[in-house]
Design a protein around this ligand. Structure first.
Ligand code: HEC
Ligand code: HEC
Ligand code: HEC
Ligand code: HEC
Ligand code: HEC
Length: 439
């Protein structure tokens, strides 16, 4: 597969979308990609320090968000540089990774070189104000399927906005999940394998049917649908019945922490804690000296897509179960952490495992040829996990059975591989738990 990648030039994105017809996912209009490379100069986009003069609050919410961080993100940087080396500086991989993580860098042709040394400030600001607000149309779903129209007209949901600095225009697109879907479905640029499909998961789930958009959850002050949020869109603007917030957090607690935005880390934690419920089902029997069946029900209560979603080849959500006796001694454990930070072998982990061309599991999504397993929880659905806990004869109650659903944005081993000596430790968030005591 790699050989094939190497001989491909960027223009062949166009043919790719035609030849890769065996997929079940949304069609990818990859031709859009090659069409937009080097199409604009970065100066055609207005820097965020202009917008901040009037949109003070929105700017402070956006700074420190994963959209602002998309290119500087140290985890992205390590993986990206690794991908570049691993594919021998192949332009298809190089350009593909950049298109969503530094859209202006891609569209202005300021990448290559992949180290970002030629990038303008605005390109380093990842997904920023002017990129989103000058989009004039979507050209499909996934793989950066958007029409950029940099210029003085800024588009969003208002039909009556007046600004002393720029023209405004109502854009229905900005009010729908299809706007987010332009980037939040990712297909492999060569074999079209679906690597991320948050939009599709939402589209096929109950929230889409009820008309609840990504914005209704992610652009509100807290988890759940917390409309309305009255306020001002600009310091000199009128009072508005509802303003969409711009922190747009997901499950990434690690990167905001690393880059010094405690507020975004806190918001992401809050969001993770709103996503699920965990319930230990009533025990029919529980006896020392026998195998005891424990059942734990995990429900995706608050996420509008699968749980987890996004780059699930890297994300880890797992169940930690423990049975302790009256003296506090542990007799059964699953989902605990080993000394090196890896999860115990017999554990339930919710994620996606991709395989390379030899069929071996890999975190290198650019080498992914197929999906080996995908075990996650669809929106508003539950899974029930079963455990056999053998408790030794003579162990004395009362016994405590506890369950905790935990999340981190990558396996610690992968982080160790990427960061080496730097010793980066990823935070783990306890999302939801339950415990019961049996006599
Ligand atoms: C000199 C002040 C000022 C500057 C600078 C400014 N804006 Fe605005 N902007 C406003 C005002 C005022 C409104 C109208 C607010 C309202 O009606 O509630 C507005 C409205 C908007 C809207 C809503 C458009 C709609 O129709 O829904 C967007 C989007 C927007 N601005 C984006 C930006 C971006 C991106 C930048 C930086 C490139 C920027 N603005 C710079 C003052 C400014
Ligand atoms: C079509 C848009 C798109 C393209 C192309 C894309 N990404 Fe991403 N990437 C995303 C989105 C959206 C997320 C966030 C998903 C999530 O939070 O799980 C993301 C997240 C990531 C993360 C996780 C960062 C973290 O802090 O945990 C890494 C690493 C990453 N991408 C690497 C890559 C690499 C390497 C490539 C090229 C092979 C690539 N991306 C191409 C959209 C894209
Ligand atoms: C990831 C894309 C994205 C980025 C980055 C982004 N916005 Fe927005 N913004 C939106 C969307 C989408 C809406 C409309 C939400 C809706 O109506 O459902 C919006 C709404 C707005 C509005 C209307 C008032 C409101 O908040 O509801 C203004 C003004 C605005 N944005 C300015 C900005 C500024 C200034 C920045 C940078 C500091 C910025 N945006 C960054 C996507 C973005
Ligand atoms: C231009 C492409 C683009 C658009 C449009 C876009 N995003 Fe993103 N988004 C990204 C990228 C790239 C990242 C990942 C940055 C990283 O992890 O390094 C991201 C990250 C996120 C995250 C944080 C993920 C985490 O792990 O915490 C959320 C939540 C999110 N986006 C929601 C949205 C929503 C909601 C919309 C629509 C209003 C939207 N995005 C529109 C490219 C985009
Ligand atoms: C009903 C509310 C709701 C809706 C609708 C919703 N989300 Fe989420 N989203 C959440 C919650 C809660 C989380 C945190 C749990 C998780 O990581 O899945 C989350 C997490 C995320 C993440 C981070 C995933 C990770 O773990 O890396 C991304 C990216 C994201 N959402 C994008 C989107 C996009 C794009 C849409 C629309 C297509 C959308 N969301 C619709 C509630 C929602």
């Amino acid at each position: 597969m790699l050989k094939r990648i190497t001989v491909l030039v960027l223009a062949s994105f166009i043919t790719l979308s035609l030849t890769a017809c065996g997929t079940k996912e949304q069609p990818v209009k990859s031709s859009n990609l090659s069409a937009s490379f080097g199409l604009f100069k970065s100066e055609q986009f207005t820097p965020t320090d202009v917008c901040v003069t009037c949109h003070v609050e929105l700017h402070s919410q956006w700074s420190g968000s994963m959209h602002n961080n998309a290119f500087r993100d140290p985890v992205f940087q390590k993986v990206y540089q690794f991908a570049v080396e691993d594919t021998d500086g192949d332009r298809v991989v190089e350009d593909f990774c950049i298109v969503c993580h530094s859209p202006v860098g891609f569209m202005s042709g300021e990448i290559p070189p992949p180290d970002g040394s030629k990038l303008s400030e605005i390109a380093k600001n990842g997904v920023q104000c002017d990129l989103c607000h000058t989009v004039s149309a979507s050209t499909g779903i996934g793989n950066f399927a958007l029409k950029a129209s940099p210029g003085n007209t800024k588009r969003a949901q208002f039909k009556d906005a007046v600004s002393p600095y720029h023209e405004t225009e109502f854009s229905g697109l900005h009010t729908t999940a299809e706007f987010c879907g332009m980037c939040h479905n990712v297909n492999h640029p060569v074999n079209n394998l679906s690597l991320e499909k948050t939009y599709t998961e939402w589209k096929e789930g109950p929230y889409a049917k009820e008309g609840i958009q990504c914005q209704d959850c992610h652009m509100t002050p807290g988890p759940g649908v917390t409309k309305p949020n009255p306020g001002k869109a600009a310091i000199m603007g009128p009072d508005r019945p509802h303003i969409y917030t711009h922190s747009i957090v997901g499950g990434n607690v690690a990167v905001p922490t690393l880059l010094g935005s405690a507020e975004h880390a806190r918001l992401a934690e809050e969001r993770l804690k709103s996503a699920a419920t965990v319930e230990i089902l009533p025990l029919t029997k529980f006896k020392p000296g026998t195998e005891n069946t424990l059942q734990v029900k995990v429900t995706n209560k608050g996420a509008g897509h699968y749980l987890p979603t996004g780059l699930t080849e890297t994300r880890q959500m797992w169940l930690q179960i423990k049975v302790t006796d009256g003296t506090g001694k542990t007799h059964f454990s699953s989902g605990g952490l080993n000394k090196d930070g890896s999860i115990e072998k017999n554990s339930i982990v919710y994620n996606t495992v991709a395989a390379d061309e030899t069929g071996k599991a890999t975190h290198k999504v650019w080498r992914a040829e197929k999906i080996l397993s995908d075990y996650r929880i669809p929106p508003r659905q539950s899974v029930t996990e079963k455990y056999q806990a053998s408790i030794p004869n003579g162990a004395k109650g009362p016994f405590t059975v506890s369950a905790m659903l935990r999340y981190r944005s990558a396996p610690q081993g992968l982080i160790h591989e990427l960061f080496g000596e730097e010793e980066v430790q990823l935070p783990i968030t306890d999302m939801a738990g339950d415990s019961i005591v049996v006599k």
